[in-house]
Design a protein around this ligand. Structure first.
Ligand SMILES: [Zn+2]
Ligand SMILES: [Zn+2]
Length: 182
């Protein structure tokens, strides 16, 4: 394992949130927001309304900046800006499938705000570990999705299985064309 389980969970949620902005946008309804909350085992307060949806959607370019900066100094500034802008409160808790883990913001703090704090802390861990190369952009030509490569051999190139399959199919067709011309 590369990072602590709660850090990995936060990284996966952050990357997925950023990637919902890819075409077609997959975070346009409160139902999709609900599904994202459930899928990533969030707990704590939330509004479940259009206002919260708009706030979470607005985080995506901010968080994308966090994941794509690549420059440690610039990233440190972005992290500290986020931690200045959102209330933090660190407690050690035990619940859910993760068992013992840290909460870095109060459960009553607005959910979009907690997402920011959790992302800032998780990305800090990656920065401190010197592992920023774990973040990349999808190798599929038509996709700008973020790739989070937590694999041991750093083999991950695509943001999703769909992009990997699309790329493989395109390569296969290209090879077929070469063979036909040979
Ligand atoms: Zn928790
Ligand atoms: Zn992709």
């Amino acid at each position: 394992m590369t990072f602590a389980p709660d850090i990995e969970a936060n990284l996966l949620a952050t990357v997925e949130l950023v990637n919902t902005a890819e075409d077609p946008d997959t975070l346009t309804t409160v139902e999709q927001l609900d599904a994202f909350y459930e899928r990533h085992g969030y707990t704590g307060h939330r509004d479940r309304d259009a206002g919260e949806l708009a706030q979470v959607r607005a985080l995506r370019p901010v968080l994308r900046g966090l994941l794509t900066t690549g420059d440690p100094e610039q990233l440190a500034v972005l992290v500290n800006d986020l931690l200045d802008a959102h209330p933090t409160r660190v407690r050690l808790v035990t619940h859910g499938p993760l068992g013992r883990h840290l909460h870095v913001a109060d459960d009553d703090s607005p959910w979009p705000s907690r997402i920011c704090v959790e992302a800032a802390i998780a990305v800090s861990d990656v920065l401190i570990a010197g592992e920023l190369s774990r973040f990349g952009v999808c190798a599929d030509d038509g996709c700008d999705g973020i790739v989070l490569d937590l694999s041991r051999n750093r083999s991950r190139r695509f943001c999703s299985t769909a992009c990997g399959n699309r790329h493989a199919a395109a390569e296969y067709r290209a090879r077929q064309r070469e063979q036909d011309q040979a």
